[in-house]
Design a protein around this ligand. Structure first.
Ligand SMILES: [Zn+2]
Length: 113
């Protein structure tokens, strides 16, 4: 992902409108790119600040920390999901392997007995 792509996704990221793959790529980019991180920070502070004003909430002073936590937890969530999918794939492959071995053994028995 380049900076232009990342910066066009900033608003969608904050509003949670990116899919998992996009979110992952976006986070990987902003973690390694100071310019885009700053861009995200500016929009985040603005949008969350407005939202809090709108809802009559007290303004949080630590926007930066909040953003950092948000980015980290979304990334973790995606990682967790992809690991779960990976585990499910292994189970399917193992099941198929066991069935093939069983069929092979059965055929060998059927041929020789
Ligand atoms: Zn960038």
């Amino acid at each position: 992902m380049n900076c232009q792509n990342a910066q066009s996704m900033v608003l969608n990221f904050i509003n949670n409108k990116l899919d998992k793959e996009e979110t992952k790529e976006f986070i990987e980019h902003i973690r390694s790119c100071k310019d885009c991180w700053e861009e995200l920070e500016i929009y985040y502070v603005m949008l969350i600040g407005l939202k809090q004003l709108d809802e009559g909430e007290e303004l949080a002073a630590d926007f930066k920390e909040k953003l950092q936590n948000e980015v980290d937890s979304r990334y973790l969530e995606i990682e967790k999901n992809s690991k779960r999918k990976y585990a499910a794939k292994i189970v399917i492959v193992l099941t198929i392997a066991v069935m093939l071995i069983w069929m092979f053994v059965y055929l060998v028995f059927a041929m020789f007995l």
